[in-house]
Design a protein around this ligand. Structure first.
Ligand SMILES: Nc1ncnc2c1ncn2[C@@H]1O[C@H](COP(=O)(O)OP(=O)(O)OP(=O)(O)O)[C@@H](O)[C@H]1O
Length: 294
């Protein structure tokens, strides 16, 4: 993908399985939104082959579009609309495209309740707070009961409770409705919590692809064990924390307090991979990564 003479994506290769939740991570400007917009059919790619639900997004028709849910990063302004009317109106677009086992659209009031919007249903969108508007965005993305859902930074501006509710909603959509979800976020804990698979985009390429657990074992492989005996605190780095803890108990028994084991975090893996690819050689970073997970 090029914007003018600037190449922003090259050789991005990705397959998503039905019902999978994939988090697309990467620094600002890495090309996450561009990737998602190409898949949604909102942006024409410069080259390459793309197939989404069996169609080239550049040629997607209305029926195809009704099977997708889209929550974009930028707010689409419908300030004068009342929340319930807006969601209901968007839902009608999907009505002709019901399928066996997937009635479209969602029941408007049920959806508003699931997103904590019931008490705001009669309000005009422009009078809502930022986080409440974001929930309306999510409602509009979900109203057609999509098979494939794109969420571009969906939890920006949500308070902790709303964020947790949203996480539960994503799990339910994947588990109960077999919805395939591709989301972007800058919150690594969120990516770890929500997704089956994490993709890291840097330097225009996917430099890592795997579960959070898998990625966490790759960089700074050692875990850190901390504990106290008789008020003195100790720290030890080890490849085998279970063995170390067993040995501690053999030696000190019940004198041990404040025992903690910390495995390398996704944040460390992320920063390491992004740094490697930004130091100029994304291709080598991707190759090194592929070598490490073999
Ligand atoms: N319409 C456009 N015209 C020209 N360049 C663009 C356009 N849209 C994006 N870009 C450039 O393409 C690159 C990728 O942008 P993109 O928005 O896809 O990144 P992102 O990974 O989603 O970033 P963020 O985390 O900040 O949302 C950036 O360098 C950006 O400046």
């Amino acid at each position: 993908m090029n914007y003018g003479r600037t190449e922003v994506l090259r050789g991005v290769d990705l397959t998503a399985r039905r019902g999978e939740v994939i988090a697309l991570l990467g620094p600002n400007g890495a090309g996450k939104t561009t990737t998602i917009e190409i898949l949604e059919g909102f942006r024409a790619r410069s080259a390459g082959r793309v197939e989404v639900l069996g169609m080239d997004p550049a040629r997607g028709d209305e029926r195809w579009r009704s099977r997708l849910g889209v929550v974009m990063q930028s707010w689409r302004d419908h300030g004068a609309w009342r929340v319930r009317d807006l969601v209901d109106h968007f839902g009608r677009f999907h009505a002709p495209y019901s399928e066996p086992g997937r009635t479209r659209p969602h029941d408007t009031d049920g959806l508003l309740a699931a997103l904590g919007l019931t008490e705001h249903a009669r309000k005009r969108v422009r009078t809502l707070s930022g986080g409440q508007r974001r929930r309306v965005d999510v409602a509009l993305g979900l109203v057609g009961r999509p098979e494939l859902l794109f969420l571009d930074e969906p939890t920006t501006g949500l308070d902790p409770q709303a964020r947790r509710d949203f996480h539960e909603l994503v799990h339910r959509l994947a588990d109960e409705e077999d919805t395939t979800i591709l989301l972007t976020t800058h919150d690594l804990a969120e990516a770890e919590k929500l997704s089956d698979r994490i993709l890291i985009l840097a330097g225009g390429r996917i430099v890592a692809d795997g579960s959070a657990d898998r990625l966490s074992t790759l960089v700074g492989r050692q875990s850190e064990v901390t504990w106290s005996v008789d008020g003195a605190r100790h720290v030890h780095s080890t490849d085998d924390p279970a063995r170390h803890v067993a040995e501690l108990y053999r030696v000190h028994g019940d004198d041990i307090t404040d025992l903690r084991v910390l495995r390398p975090s996704l944040e460390e893996v992320y920063l390491d991979l992004v740094q490697r690819s930004e130091s100029g050689d994304a291709e080598r970073a991707a190759a090194e990564f592929a070598e490490e997970i073999r």
